[in-house]
Design a protein around this ligand. Structure first.
Ligand code: DGJ
Length: 348
């Protein structure tokens, strides 16, 4: 063999070994690793169908509630002003875990109603961003969700209650909180037991914070518009060291955009915008994700930011990105990590 060919062969071999090495490294998932954007499976090996979700900690277990999406995605052609991709709404799913790594499918805790075309829960309607709180006084689990018509014009909030975290939830109905439109939404329970609904309102121009009644099933009438005309959605609220944090996205349908967060001294106080907390690869597009929830690890000063990475033409196969939040005083940073180890004793 000529010297030149030998050299080429050597280089090819080196390249092949490198490729093999990087494939082996990538596929070798350690048992406690979280891998951003990959297919996440439950303990039975089925992929987790819990989009736009939130997590409730209750008596030693974490319960992850999310949108259970139907398996075909279609575009609603009659909506001309934006790309209205849809998957049939099949209800709200629940998975539970003690370590945030191994998830047991608990079933659909609020099912859609395929035989009732007039119901909010008909699969043709929107059932998005479900969040659940536990009410210590009534001992009920209270679920709030974004209910909408297929074209997202109805813009209401739906509420359901259950006696157990795994349901079944009984649907109480839907309404416009404080008479205002409500789309992307979340819930927050404060350390004093008061609970709040936070939603995009005024056609997504502003957010609204509503104090809920003591049983958490209705707005109390006390509310405030915040981040006025800043066009935010996908709100996720948490509290740390006496400050309230609100992470949100811009409004670009299923497409990614820049995240931002705001801080306040009280839920109904003044929220001051701090800017984008994301850093690293694709931070300006929120790592191709959109916020849905911030989970505080029970009893710890540790927080995980949860995002959906939407696949708009195949919504059921949208994936998840969870990243640990870092703090310096009251500033938060969410650095990109392709993979990281989640050990409830140490989530760094
Ligand atoms: C962005 C919202 O955050 C999602 O929950 C969903 O409603 C899409 N818009 C629909 O385009």
């Amino acid at each position: 063999m000529k010297r030149k060919n030998k050299l080429l062969l050597c280089w090819l071999l080196v390249f092949a070994v490198y490729l093999l090495g990087s494939c082996v490294n990538k596929s070798e998932k350690k048992p406690n690793e979280i891998i951003s954007g990959e297919v996440w499976r439950d303990i039975n090996g089925n992929f987790i169908n819990a989009h736009g979700g939130g997590i409730l900690y209750h008596e030693g277990r974490y319960y992850w509630y999310g949108e259970f999406k139907g398996d075909s995605t279609y575009r609603l052609e009659r909506v001309k002003s934006w790309e209205c991709w849809r998957a049939d709404a099949q209800g709200v799913s629940c998975y539970s875990s003690t370590d945030l790594l191994h998830w047991r499918y608990e079933g659909i805790v609020l099912a859609s109603l395929p035989n009732d075309s007039l119901s909010d829960l008909h699969p043709s309607q929107i059932i998005e961003r479900p969040k659940v709180l536990y009410n210590d006084k009534t001992r009920k689990f209270v679920l709030w969700m974004h209910i909408d018509s297929p074209d997202y014009e109805k813009a209401v909030a739906g509420v359901a209650v259950a006696d157990s975290p795994t349901g079944p939830f009984v649907y109480l109905g839907s309404f416009k909180p404080n008479g205002l439109d409500s789309r992307d939404q979340t819930l927050f329970k404060d350390t004093d037991g008061k609970a709040y609904h936070i939603c995009s309102t005024d056609w997504n121009k502003s957010l609204m914070v509503s104090l809920l009644t003591d049983d958490y099933t209705k707005p109390s009438g006390v509310y405030k518009r915040i981040l006025i005309r800043q066009k935010r959605e996908a709100p996720a609220v948490f509290k740390r060291k006496g400050k309230y944090y609100l992470l949100s996205s811009g409004c670009t349908g299923w497409d990614p955009n820049r995240a931002s967060y705001a801080v306040a001294d009280s839920m109904l106080g003044t929220w001051s915008v701090q800017g984008d907390p994301c850093t690293g690869t694709d931070a300006d597009k929120t790592f191709y994700g959109q916020s849905t929830f911030v989970l505080q690890i029970e009893g710890k000063d540790e927080y995980i930011a949860m995002f959906d990475r939407w696949n708009k033409t195949d919504l059921i196969h949208s994936s998840y990105i969870w990243l640990p939040i870092e703090f310096t005083d009251h500033n938060m940073v969410i650095p990109w990590k392709e993979r990281w180890s989640l050990d409830l004793k140490n989530i760094k």
